[in-house]
Design a protein around this ligand. Sequence first.
Ligand code: SF4
Length: 457
Amino acid sequence: MLDATPTTLVERKALRVNPAKTCQPIGAMYSALGIHGCLPHSHGSQGCCSYHRSHLTRHFREPIMAATSSFTEGTAVFGGGANLRQALKTIYQLYDPPVVAITTTCLSETIGDDIPTIIREATESGVIPDGKTVIHANTPSYVGCHITGWSNMTASMVKYLSERSGESRNQVNLIPGYVEPSDTRELKQMLATWGIDAVTFPDTSDVVDTPQTGHFQMYPQGGTTVEALKTTGDSLATIALGPEASTQAAIALEAKCQVPHHILDLPIGVAATDRLVQTLMEVTGTQPTDEIVNARGRLVDVMTDMQSYLYEKRVAIAGDPDQVVPLVEMLVTCGAKPVYVITGAESKYFRDRTQAILGETVPEAVIRDNEDLFYLHQLMKQEPVDLLISNVYGKYIARAEDVPFVRYGWPILDRVGHSYFPTLGYGGSLHLLCTIINTLLDRKDRDDADETFELVL
Ligand code: SF4
């Protein structure tokens, strides 16, 4: 299908082919779903909202609810204020959500709709009933990507809701980053077994991975409550995981409520998870449980047992910066060689950290941010790799080049399990590592000649 991709690299400034990112409001909508009882609202045309909802629905295989201001040609001329007021009236008449989180789109940003003013007027005129919460994030999609949108909405939770009462609480704030609901659940469970009280936000577990009960629930049981979000200003510290997705909210919280923050890589692999554990030890003054220490030991054991299958393997990786950086670190720790590493986002963090990890171990590595999958494919055509790791869009490249393929990141539209099995923490990293190694072993079984085809590997 992509067999005709040329090997000649041509510098492109104004064209993306097979982009490795998607638009801001999708990330913002996903973040908003992590507030309990929240109905995301897309301030733009129906087409944008349909796209955002369907992309989330296809990834999570769950119905994603969201409302839209339903722009028309007239709105583009006269502004979207009237549409948003009418939308809020309808939303409260029909769906009565405790929280509405408004995201803007390219069009409403270009028009320049002043959302805070519209929200204030709607509150004063009673369109927004007493006791209801409405927040918003500006998410113009001609800049940034889904990670920027997530970051903007998460920061808006702080700006609108965090409070400082003057009495501190023995709890930490945990911002898990743009991750699967299973990852957030894994992190919460780790803190719970450790005995650390935490406000985790946004928390999409039990929202986009709800059990089948036979009854439709407009507002699932999961999500961080507004009450809990308000207390984040009284916490001991904020642990922000994934610098691109979580830094903005952590800094906003420190600026607003003087809660000190710690920004860490997503805990993928032993080293990154160790850094999270170490930070939690310092912040809380407590030690991790045996359960956590044993989970670490199991991960190290599998890394040691199976290292020979990863050693010197050339790997191409594409994905979001927060996931890719610690994944590269984990692979290098296991002896693999990430030779092509790209992200669709613009990210200094990605460039600097990946370079620091690969500078000595894989000096020939090509590291590029703000890049597309077409470019990655061209690199792979020039000098092949043993493994490709990317979101679902990499499957065309893997097929064209006949390369083993691990789906990882956002979005995955053709497989199940990604939202149910974590890839963070010691346990999640073990799951991810096993997926990678087993993919290589499957390929070895496929390629081995009869005389080297082994039962025990
Ligand atoms: S118009 Fe903008 S906000 Fe709407 S779907 Fe396209 S990129 Fe996203």
